[in-house]
Design a protein around this ligand. Sequence first.
Ligand code: CA
Length: 217
Amino acid sequence: MPKKLDLTDNLEQYIIDNSEPLTKVQKEIIEYNITLGDQKRLQISVSQAQLLQSLIKASGVKKILEIGSFTGFSALSMALALPSDGSLISLDKNLEFSKKAKVFYEKANENKIIQIIKPALESLNELKNSKTKFDLVFIDADKENYLNYYNICIDLIDKGRLIIIDNVLWHGEVADGSKNDKFTSIIRDFNKYLKQDSRVSKNIIPVGDGFTICIKK
Ligand code: CA
């Protein structure tokens, strides 16, 4: 077995520098998020955005659903990887962040993104009732509802399609038995649920704060 890599900031930067370059507006969103202080942690990492883009391109994804958009870095990154007839529905209840995200989408001339600003569970139930289907669902919103989101989203995709969930390693605390706070426990229970869920095959990737990639069987 090869020696485990220590993913230092230096190495992370090297990875970013040698992967698909970011666009001007992607960089602008990152710079803006830094000004938000602690809230910037709501943004996915650059490596995560690049991985999502590769998965979208490799699997011929055309219809994306995103739950939790923050200021739009993940939605814009994914939309950029879509073909011109692709679309992305972005669910977020935060008006302020959504308005800011829209400014960035317009700046990037990106018109594949449709924002729905209200509690995601309402939107998800509407999408389910209208039998809308997606090729990829990205879940990155309030952790209390992860399981609810996942269980609706599984009906919004067909066999072979993807659900990707962020923050599944929760700063590594999921594997630390001494950590039993509310959010660590929620994520741990969620991961346990996914493990026994025979509807999907799954793969946890240690990128950013941890992605689980689920493929519907
Ligand atoms: Ca996240």
